[in-house]
Ligand binder design. Structure first.
Ligand code: R5P
Length: 267
């Protein structure tokens, strides 16, 4: 791994703890305006101080995020289908790595759809992106897509994560499942956990704790943060669990305390 690639990796995964709280707000690239992200700039502004890495599309970066930000950026580099189309997540490469470099990205992200009719295209797309990214020292986050007809169990997520790593992904983003430690055991690159659909805060913190203690280096979480009743309190609670090894109970305490303090701050 060259210096540039290592340097970018250390911007994504914090060297102080070897962990990362990535905030995923890229949902619009196939879902359009998503609950909690209709005004992306506003949704993200107060979360940035607690975000190790922000994951989004280049269009939202250019239009909604100040170019003075010091938060490292991972850019969504795959797409091509939408939630109303016939082939959800049949994705190809949507931007060049050169463009990601111009936007000062710390990484790019690409989804693979193992087990679907178009798995071949997505796996070959990932490999092509990795070839190009390595020329620039740019890490690639491979996202193991889940969806209708695709499993979300240990067998499926181990298979997808391992395939992503075999093709050269530098980081794998996958979902939590029973037996998550087995997913980690067979995947030789750092794994971050996607949050999935909105859960009660206590459950999301529990899942975060289990993922970290199952061997994930962090989270790349979206809806469980930006759709929380109090996103700023939630991201700080997630940080406690990820960076400070807090238990889910301690994390929830942080969430409750921060929520309760809010009216006082506004007085
Ligand atoms: C993944 O492909 C999506 O674009 C999101 O980045 C991902 O699902 C993480 O967000 P959430 O925690 O809301 O699932």
């Amino acid at each position: 791994m060259g210096w540039g690639l290592r340097n970018r990796m250390s911007r994504i995964i914090r060297p102080e703890t070897g962990r990362s709280v990535m905030l995923a707000v890229d949902h619009g690239y196939f879902m359009g305006p998503t609950t909690g992200l209709r005004d992306l700039g506003k949704a993200v502004k107060d979360l940035l101080p607690y975000t190790d890495t922000l994951m989004l599309s280049r269009g939202m970066l250019r239009n909604c995020i100040a170019n003075t930000t010091s938060t490292p950026i991972v850019l969504r580099a795959s797409g091509g289908t939408s939630i109303i189309g016939k082939e959800l997540l049949h994705e190809g490469i949507t931007m060049t790595v050169k463009n990601a470099v111009r936007l000062n990205a710390a990484g790019v992200a690409f989804s693979i759809c193992v087990g679907t009719d178009f798995e071949r295209n997505t796996i070959l797309g990932l490999s092509r992106l990795i070839d190009e990214a390595e020329e620039y020292g740019m890490p690639v986050v491979a996202v193991t897509a889940v969806g209708k007809g695709l499993g979300k169990d240990e067998r499926y997520l181990s298979l997808s994560s391992r395939i992503a790593a075999e093709h050269g992904a530098h980081i794998v983003k996958t979902y939590y499942c029973e037996g998550f430690d087995k997913v980690i055991e067979s995947c030789p690159v750092p794994v971050v956990m996607a949050g999935g659909q909105k859960l009660p805060e206590s459950e999301a913190l529990e899942m975060t704790y289990n993922a970290i203690h199952g061997g994930a280096v962090g989270v790349d979480m979206g809806r469980n943060i930006f759709q929380s009743e109090d996103p700023v309190a939630m991201i700080q609670a997630v940080r406690e669990v990820v960076h400070k090894n807090a238990t889910p109970k301690e994390g929830l305490q942080v969430f409750d305390e921060l929520r309760a303090r809010k009216p006082l701050e506004n007085e």
